[in-house]
Design a protein around this ligand. Sequence first.
Ligand SMILES: [Zn+2]
Length: 98
Amino acid sequence: MTKPIKQNQKLAQCREDGNWELRIFHRAAQGNKSPRYLIKCGCCDEKVEIYYDNEGLEINGVLGSLENWRQILLPLLQRDATSVHIPSSPSSSLKRSM
Ligand SMILES: [Zn+2]
């Protein structure tokens, strides 16, 4: 889990699946600070900050054990793409309440 993901840092890179490519910035551990991923939206400045170590993840200030995050995120991430609506052009079609 310490191997950095391939990092796109450019705005508005269109993926084959029709969504904007997320922008990823990795920072290695510094002193007593955990390593961090900063993940930015492909179309704007919205971002998620993820600090990680061997025991847990802190996502946007929410600290949880790896197992706890797994229970929540894995089912979401492992859904079959064909069962999910995929927009045909880059547009934020996810429904969210904000
Ligand atoms: Zn955006």
